[in-house]
Design a protein around this ligand. Structure first.
Ligand code: CA
Ligand code: CA
Ligand code: CA
Ligand code: CA
Length: 505
């Protein structure tokens, strides 16, 4: 493994980033949800968006946060948080720092840091979309190690086994995403090459092998990559935060061999290291939440459905060093809320979405040291949404279990490998329930936490991968009906593809 000074970790290879639940794992969400639907975090499936005609639809009349009180069970209510800059999404003027039901939390300060809220502006200039590099050369279909025993007798597989392929990469593969970007229905890989200023595209072939297709420039020090159909053309686009030039690149518009022909660079805050795809407003289009590590802020980019492009929708001064983020409805009012893992502080900040747009005071939830990634889901099977953080300076995850009143229990630790840096919420054993995968950067392994039939997570199962894994994605690469995994190994400059074979007894 590579041991780097923490400073350089923070600013160079640091956090991998939160994967917002279902966007990473289950096919329907990962592929982008169609018009009129949204991603259901609990199942990873695209579900119909509620409308004003639906029973239970929450309109703008209510306040988001119930002014509950501390309960005997130790559940922290959602109104006990600290203030953040509440940017608005509706294009209106800032709300002057006032917020109803101030309850027992702090007072909202500086609600006016709205950056160009909602106005449609230039969605970014077209920059070099890159050229095709050595199209068609086969990049090492990989050596087979650890073929695993095939059991899989149809019962729940608690210990999945894999056939391992190692695929060489270049330029510091810090992040990876999987999905069909060439339009042939086979899942491809898109790799963020930190030192090369762009992403490489590896096209899927039959049997789970990959062919290096080419490269697309993005910006300086790309840190992460996510795929989603942002412009509504039915094809996956790539979203890449560029840490050193404070931009996010969106690659779109199928061109040569179906791969992107357009690159739009959007200005964001300082040091963007992650993007989270999810709903930030009430339209059916997926939006982009950017964590700006050094700026201590988050930038909101929303899709303008009519124009099919991304436009700025404000920023939030969320606090010191936000790394990963998650978008989910934690308060149960139908509006998306935002959760951020704050690396330097060892806390999660959860900002509730407000009825009129914008976000309310953030609830501060202590977790372990150096949380880098965060995902949302029901990880104990009791219904309310929970959070998991990957605490990089430890050998564990922090689990924040949601209470029935919308608050959270104090964090509990789940043991995994050393240096957990990335999280993936995806079905690993093929039983239809999303499991949790952890990239352990310091011991060159991943941990599998298999979800039981009751919805709880099993103990971590270690699987060796390459040196300093920082990126995770999943798809069925060999099209055998079983979900597979891919890991980007920053230290060994390669990718580990784990093709599921079966189960061990
Ligand atoms: Ca598209
Ligand atoms: Ca729960
Ligand atoms: Ca599963
Ligand atoms: Ca498979």
């Amino acid at each position: 493994m590579i041991r780097l000074g923490w400073g350089s970790c923070v600013f160079a290879v640091g956090a991998l980033v939160a994967m917002s639940g279902c966007n990473d794992g289950v096919a329907q969400c990962r592929d982008g949800c169609p018009t009129g639907t949204r991603c259901d975090e609990a199942t990873g499936l695209c579900v119909r968006r509620p409308t004003s005609s639906d029973a239970g639809f929450v309109d703008d009349a209510g306040s988001v946060v119930d002014a509950g009180s501390q309960t005997d069970s130790g559940v922290v209510p959602l109104d006990g948080g600290e203030p953040v800059d509440a940017g608005r999404l509706d294009g209106g003027a800032p709300d002057g720092g006032e917020r109803d039901g101030g309850a027992d939390g702090g007072q909202l300060v500086d609600a006016g840091s709205v950056v160009d809220a909602g106005s449609v502006v230039d969605a970014g200039s077209v920059v070099d979309a890159g050229s095709v590099v050595d199209a068609g050369s086969v990049v090492d279909a990989g050596s087979v190690v650890d073929a695993g025993s095939v059991v899989d007798a149809g019962s729940v597989c608690l210990r999945p086994t894999f056939r391992t392929l190692t695929i060489p990469s270049v330029g510091g593969p810090i992040g990876v995403a999987a999905g069909d970007v060439t339009g042939d229905t086979l899942p491809d890989l898109v790799v963020a090459n930190h030192f090369d200023g762009g992403v490489s595209i590896l096209t899927g072939r039959d049997g789970g092998a990959f062919t290096f297709w080419g490269f697309r420039s993005t910006g300086q020090k790309p840190y992460f990559v996510r795929l989603a159909d942002l412009d509504g053309d039915g094809r996956l686009d790539a979203v890449v935060p560029n840490q050193d030039d404070n931009t996010v690149t969106v690659l779109s518009s199928p061109g040569d061999a179906g791969v992107w022909s357009r690159a739009a660079n959007h200005p964001v805050g300082a040091g963007p290291v992650s993007v989270t795809i999810g709903p930030l407003n009430q339209d059916p289009w997926p939006d982009v939440l950017v964590s700006n590590l050094t700026g201590g802020s988050a930038t909101l980019l929303v899709t303008d459905g009519g124009a099919g492009r991304l436009v700025p929708a404000g920023s939030i001064a969320i606090g010191v060093e936000p790394h990963g983020a998650a978008i989910a409805d934690f308060t149960g009012d139908g509006r998306p809320d935002l959760a951020f893992a704050h690396f330097a502080e060892g806390v999660v900040r959860l900002a509730p979405g407000l009825a009129g747009g914008g976000y309310g005071m953030a609830l501060v939830l202590p977790v372990g040291p150096a949380p880098r990634a965060i995902i949302a889901g029901d990880f104990n099977g009791d219904g309310p949404m929970d959070l998991l953080t990957a605490d990089y300076f430890t050998q564990g995850l922090s689990a924040l279990f949601g209470g029935a009143d919308g608050g959270f229990l104090p964090a509990t630790v789940i043991s995994v490998g050393s240096g957990p840096a990335a999280l993936l919420h995806a079905d690993v054993n093929g039983d239809g329930r999303a499991d949790v995968v952890v990239a352990n950067a310091n011991d060159d392994s991943i941990s599998l936490l298999i979800a039981s039939s009751s919805g709880t997570l099993g103990p971590a199962i270690a699987v060796p991968v390459g040196d300093t894994p920082f990126g995770l994605a999943s798809s069925d690469f060999d099209r055998d009906g079983r979900p597979d995994l891919v890991v980007s190994n920053f230290g060994s400059n390669d990718l580990t593809v784990l093709l599921r074979t079966g189960c061990s007894p």
